[in-house]
Design a protein around this ligand. Structure first.
Ligand SMILES: *Cc1c(COP(=O)(O)O)cnc(C)c1O
Length: 404
């Protein structure tokens, strides 16, 4: 059975009433038949039926055996880092998500856990950075905002040979396009906030593994430290996850169209999008697509390379990017990604403002870089909106193709 079918049928109807939607079990505690004797639930920090239903769905999506749902993506990051002890080392992708960077460098380094950042698009650099103390390799592929691609299979075998766990933060790709556990990763992490919940209405995180002992250790940390996803938010995450395939495929098709439009635009200096054949990571990204998306490509389709595109302007100044985003009407200026509405941001001013300019430029984050998160609008309307912003930048009147 295809994943998009199985996730719709992964959750049983409510045995009490036949309700086809999972009930929101808004309860903190559960009646016990005798001290220590219960029906699988005793306290909602430890376990809650609505959360458990979402965790089951999440594991199904990623092809894992155990899902664990957290109150945010960063709470999931935090729980995984607590698997380590003082003296342990991490090898991590260089343009790691900013919040993860902050946790590593302002909290965990103080607790004696050190991290080396390398350009993981070269697996050899990962191997070079490993020491006998390396316990964890941390990947994001594609990365934010330059969309660099790393070879999960190659890095999984390096991590395994060196006795380290491999984690892939799969937030940008979603399990529709990429299932890291099948490629050798030990832990998959998600900001549920993004594609999985998908409607910009909930903050959540998740971890999926395929090993019962590892699941038990992470679950222990979660129960001991408390960052659980509440029942309402678990329900919203279930509701979102049921349309993930539909949304992600449509978003990816639109993004592919928008990326092609940008490549051909005279005011654009360059475009980062893994779906473009010219992208340096295109072949690796294609080789690690899910089976379903490889079939889509084999049949002549574009495949699902996600909704995040970044591009820079020929006029490569931060002010030019700031002016550009001031003129998009449909595409909203906001951080985050993966929702139904398209968003735009200027990494230098927003998500990466705290990173020094030299460090940013070395990582390929140009001054005029603009990041788009494509949503579910019709791609022609999105292209019309971008066209209007380019025209405004050239001082022309905006041809109002979008909002009439
Ligand atoms: C947003 C994000 C996170 C953090 O998730 P929150 O839900 O915002 O805490 C982690 N990793 C990546 C790649 C993200 O985009």
């Amino acid at each position: 059975m295809r994943n998009e079918t199985s996730i719709l049928h992964a959750l049983p109807h409510d045995p009490l009433t036949g309700a086809v939607s999972v009930p929101i079990y808004q309860t903190s505690t559960f009646e016990q038949e005798a001290p220590g004797v219960n029906r699988g639930f005793d306290y909602s920090r430890t376990n809650n039926p609505t959360r458990q239903a979402f965790e089951h769905l999440l594991a199904e999506l990623e092809g894992g055996t155990h899902g664990i749902a957290f109150s945010s993506g960063l709470a999931a990051v935090d729980a995984v880092l607590k698997l380590l002890s003082a003296g342990d080392e991490i090898v991590a992708v260089d343009d790691i998500y900013g919040g993860t960077y902050r946790a590593l460098h302002t909290i965990y380094d103080r607790l004696g856990i050190s991290v080396r950042h390398v350009d993981t698009s070269s697996p050899g650099l990962v191997l070079e950075a490993m020491t006998p103390r390396t316990r964890l390799v941390w990947l994001e592929t594609p990365t934010n905002p330059t969309l660099k691609i790393s070879d999960i299979r190659a890095i999984a075998s390096i991590a395994k040979a060196e006795g380290a766990l491999l984690l892939v933060d799969n937030t940008f790709c979603s399990p529709v396009a990429q299932q890291p556990l099948a490629l050798g990763a030990d832990i998959v992490l998600h900001s549920i906030t993004k594609y999985i919940a998908g409607h910009s209405d909930v903050i959540g995180g998740g971890v999926v593994v395929k090993d019962a002992e590892l699941a038990q250790r992470i679950k222990y940390i979660q129960n001991a430290t408390g960052a659980v996803l509440g029942p309402q938010d678990s329900w919203l995450a279930i509701r979102g996850a049921q349309t993930l395939h539909l949304r992600y495929e449509r978003i990816s098709r639109s993004a592919q169209e928008v990326a092609r439009y940008l490549v051909g635009h005279p005011d654009v200096g360059g475009v980062n999008y893994p779906g473009l054949r010219t992208h340096p990571g295109h072949l690796v990204a294609k080789a690690q697509l899910s089976r379903q998306q490889r079939e889509v490509m084999a049949a002549g389709g574009d495949g699902a390379f996600g909704g995040v595109i970044s591009f820079w302007l020929k006029d490569d100044r931060e002010e030019a990017a700031v002016e550009f985003v001031d003129h998009t009407k449909l595409i909203t200026l906001a951080e985050s990604l993966g929702g139904v509405k398209s968003l735009v941001c200027v990494p230098c001013r927003m998500t990466h403002a705290s990173v020094p300019r030299e460090v940013r430029r070395a990582a390929g984050i140009r001054d005029s870089l603009v990041r788009l998160s494509i949503g579910l609008e019709h791609p022609e309307d999105l292209i019309g909106d971008l066209e209007g912003a380019f025209a405004a930048l050239r001082g022309e009147t905006i041809r109002s193709t979008v909002i009439s």
